[in-house]
Write a protein that binds this ligand. Structure first.
Ligand code: AMP
Ligand code: MG
Length: 267
């Protein structure tokens, strides 16, 4: 069975194999590219209003297996946002200082300020995914993290940050092709990391860890979207749509002027 929507009802267990990574919506590449361009333009305007309004923030969490397209999505979909009001945070292996704190310490420091769009390229979800797959902390410790994550995201939401979480869903075969392309293409080789081949062997463990993490943290106020990501143009379309819908619902407004400025003329 394959599902056409990208969301899962809160409380319902998520089965990743119910979502087709190669889904393309059947509308065709040409119309997808046109709609994406349109969405990116609208996003620029909405982001500008959010910045001017300076009351709320948007946080987009991007997760996915290696090569799922997190960087490409940021490059293609976020390009309309003003660099002054959009911030990308990429979370790598924690530093010794970060490891000496609770797992949310480094994350909380990077959340968007009022008016900003924040993009997390990896996130606190690594702390229940790679950490679980490699047993980096004891199970009784990472199991508690789902509740901590839910509490944390509720705090952000209640403080005025809309949280949207996206899992870029690729197939194992598409990952093989993309890793091979990184080896074969000189302009992609810089991205190749031998460790990715070892991680690939743990594919099923990762899928399981993601499935559980998404199930446990798929809240009404901070929903997960599972985006088919084998076709880049379709992935970009769906991510741009999700962001556009989210920002349109937030409906940011220019703030009213502090005083009546009608009729004032600059000499
Ligand atoms: P990349 O996104 O390709 O630059 O790789 C970053 C690497 O850092 C990935 O292998 C992540 O799984 C890893 N990473 C990110 N956060 C954590 C974390 N909290 N614990 C362990 N590894 C992490
Ligand atoms: Mg990598």
């Amino acid at each position: 069975m394959s599902r056409s929507t990208t969301t899962v009802e809160p409380g319902r267990p998520v089965r990743l194999d119910e979502f087709d990574p190669a889904g393309d919506g059947a509308a065709g590449k040409k119309s997808a590219l046109a709609e994406t361009r349109d969405n990116v333009k609208v996003l620029a305007d909405l982001g500008y209003r959010l910045y001017a309004e300076h009351r709320r923030a948007l946080l987009l969490v991007l997760q996915g297996m290696d090569t799922a397209g997190k960087d490409g999505t940021i490059r293609k979909v976020m390009q309309g946002f003003n660099p002054q009001s959009c911030r990308v945070s990429s979370f790598k292996v924690p530093t010794p200082e970060e490891l000496d704190h609770d797992f949310l310490w480094r994350i909380h420091k990077q959340v968007p300020r009022r008016g900003e769009v924040g993009i997390f390229n990896r996130s606190h979800y690594e702390d229940v995914v790679i950490v679980r797959v490699h047993g980096l902390v004891p199970e009784q410790e990472w199991r508690l993290r789902y509740d901590h994550i839910n509490d944390f995201e509720r705090l952000l939401t209640e403080a005025g940050t809309t949280v949207v979480k996206i899992f870029l869903h690729i197939s194992k075969d598409e990952q093989r092709k993309r890793l091979q392309a990184r080896l074969d293409n000189p302009s992609k080789r810089w991205k190749f990391n031998r460790r990715d081949l070892d991680e690939r062997k743990l594919w099923d463990d990762y899928q399981q860890a993601y499935q559980d993490a998404i199930t446990r943290t798929n809240l009404g106020h901070a929903p997960w979207h599972i985006v088919p990501a084998d076709r880049k143009w379709h992935r970009n379309l769906i991510v741009s749509r999700i962001l556009r819908n989210t920002l349109e619902q937030m409906d940011p407004r220019f703030p009213p002027p502090a005083e009546d400025l009608d009729g004032l003329v600059v000499e």
